[in-house]
Design a protein around this ligand. Structure first.
Ligand code: PAD
Ligand code: ZN
Length: 374
C-alpha cells in the first residue's frame, strides 16, 4: 500500500474547546508504533456520550480532541508485535479495551479491563495525531470522527469480511451497551416486566435486548413523545411521558405492574432518574441498572434510604458488560445472522464534513443514531 510507513494527511472533526462547534481540520496521522494499528475509518456513529461530554468543562484540558467512539474501518497498517489484525482486515473500534492480560481480563467476571485508564485520559496512541502542530487527544482513547486514526491493538477487533460497515458501527458502543445491559447486566428473564427510561439509541437497544430475553411487558418512558413510535417498533408494549401523569411515574408503574417492574434501566443520563428508576422496581426483587453516564463525575445521586428497606438491587453497566475484544465481533456475527435488526436505530446518515449537523440532530432529539461516512 502506498501509505504504509508514511504520515497520512486527512480530515477530522475536532473540538478546540467545550461547547464550540466541531471544526473540520486537516490532521497528520503518523504510522503506528509497536502494538498499534492505523485504521481507515469507514463509518462512525455519534453517541449521547459524545454530545454530553462536548459541553463539559472537564474536556477543556484535553482539547484539541477528536470526538466519536462508534467506529468501524479497514486496517491500513500495523505496528510491530501486532498479531490479532492485519492490513486489509475489517475491524470495529472498542471504546472499552480488552488487554487480555490484566486481572479483570484473566480472572474476573466483569469487563472493566484495567487499560480503561487510557479511555479516561483520552489517549489512544500518544503523539501519533497532530493538528496545526498540536498533539490531538482521541475521545475515549478512540476518536473516530476522522478519516484515519491510530489506536492500540487492544482497542480494535477483527470482524467478518462480509459485514456492512455503515450498519455495524453502532454496535461499537450504543447497541452493545443497551443490548448487553439487558442480557448480561440485568439478566432479564422470560415473562418478566421491564421499564426503560430514555429512548435514545442506547435505550432502544435495551428494549431490543429485553425482547430477545423474552420479557412479557416492556414499558418505554421518555419526555420526548417523538421517540415512542420507534420504541414500539423495536418491542415496547407501552409508552409513557411522565409529564402526562397526575402522579409520579414510579407510583404509576407500581400500580400498573402489581408492585413494580422486575427490571428497570436508567438510560437518560440524569441523576434524578436513577431514584425514579429504582423506585419503579419491585420492592422485593426488582433490579435497576444504571447505564446513562451520569453527567459529571462529581454529580451525586440522591436516593431515599426507604428504597433499600427491602430487596431491590441497584447496579451499573459499562458497555453492556461485554468483554469487548472477544465478544463484540460475536455480536457483529449475530447481526449478520439476523438475530437483531439495527435499521430502526440508524435514523440519519451524513458525511464527516456534516458532523455539526449530526450533533444538532442529536441535541434536538430528532435523531436516534446518525452514521457519518467519509
Ligand atoms: P440520547 O441523548 O440519544 O438519549 C437520551 C434519551 O433520554 C432522549 O430520548 C431524551 O429525550 C431522554 N430523556 C432525557 N431526560 C429524560 C427524563 N428526565 N425522563 C425520561 N427521558 C429522558 O443518548 P444515548 O441513547 O446515546 O445515550 C443514553 C445515555 O447512556 C447517555 O447518558 C450516555 O452517556 C449513556 C451511555 N452509557 C454507556 C455505558 O457504557 N454506560 C455507553 C453509551 C452511552
Ligand atoms: Zn457511546
Amino acid at each position: 500500500m502506498g501509505t504504509q510507513g508514511k504520515v497520512i494527511r486527512c480530515k477530522a472533526a475536532i473540538l478546540w474547546k467545550p461547547r464550540a462547534p466541531l471544526a473540520i481540520e486537516e490532521i497528520e496521522v503518523a504510522p503506528p508504533k509497536a502494538k498499534e494499528v492505523r485504521i481507515k475509518i469507514v463509518a462512525t456513529g455519534i453517541c449521547g456520550t459524545d454530545i454530553n461530554s462536548m459541553d463539559t468543562e472537564q474536556l477543556s484540558q484535553l482539547c484539541p480532541i477528536i470526538m466519536g467512539h462508534e467506529g468501524v474501518g479497514i486496517v491500513e497498517s500495523v505496528g510491530e508485535e501486532v498479531s490479532t489484525v492485519r492490513t486489509g482486515d475489517k475491524v470495529i473500534v472498542l471504546c472499552l479495551p480488552q488487554c487480555g492480560e490484566c486481572n479483570t481480563c484473566l480472572n474476573s467476571k466483569n469487563n472493566i479491563c484495567t487499560e480503561i485508564r487510557l479511555s479516561w485520559k483520552h489517549l489512544a496512541a500518544e503523539g501519533r495525531i497532530t493538528c496545526k502542530g498540536k498533539l490531538v487527544h482521541q475521545y475515549i482513547a478512540t476518536g473516530t470522527l476522522c478519516e484515519y486514526t491510530v489506536i492500540k491493538e487492544i482497542s480494535v477487533a477483527k470482524i467478518d469480511e462480509g459485514t456492512p460497515l455503515e450498519k455495524v458501527c453502532i454496535i461499537g458502543c450504543g447497541f452493545a451497551t443497551g443490548y448487553g445491559a439487558a442480557i448480561n447486566s440485568a439478566k432479564v428473564t422470560p415473562g418478566s416486566t421491564c421499564v426503560v427510561f430514555g429512548l435514545g439509541g442506547v435505550g432502544l437497544s435495551v428494549i431490543i435486548g429485553c425482547k430477545a430475553a423474552g420479557a412479557a411487558r416492556i414499558i418505554a418512558v421518555d419526555i420526548n413523545k417523538d421517540k415512542f413510535a420507534k420504541a414500539r417498533t423495536v418491542g415496547a408494549t407501552f409508552c409513557v411521558d411522565p409529564r402526562d401523569l397526575e402522579k409520579p411515574i414510579e407510583e404509576f408503574l407500581i400500580d400498573m405492574l402489581n408492585g413494580g417492574a422486575d427490571f428497570c434501566f436508567e438510560v437518560t443520563g440524569n441523576t434524578e432518574t436513577v431514584a425514579t428508576a429504582l423506585g419503579s422496581c419491585h420492592k422485593d426483587h426488582g433490579v435497576c441498572v444504571i447505564i446513562g453516564s451520569i453527567g459529571s463525575c462529581s454529580n451525586k445521586i440522591n436516593i431515599s434510604s426507604h428504597l433499600f428497606f427491602s430487596g431491590r438491587t441497584l447496579k451499573a453497566s459499562v458497555l453492556g458488560g461485554w468483554r469487548t475484544k472477544e465478544e463484540i465481533p460475536k455480536l457483529v456475527s449475530d447481526y449478520m445472522a439476523k438475530k437483531f435488526n439495527l435499521d430502526p436505530l440508524i435514523s440519519h446518515t451524513l458525511t464527516l464534513s456534516e458532523a455539526n449537523e449530526a450533533v444538532q440532530l442529536m441535541k434536538s432529539g430528532q435523531c436516534i443514531r446518525c452514521v457519518l461516512l467519509p
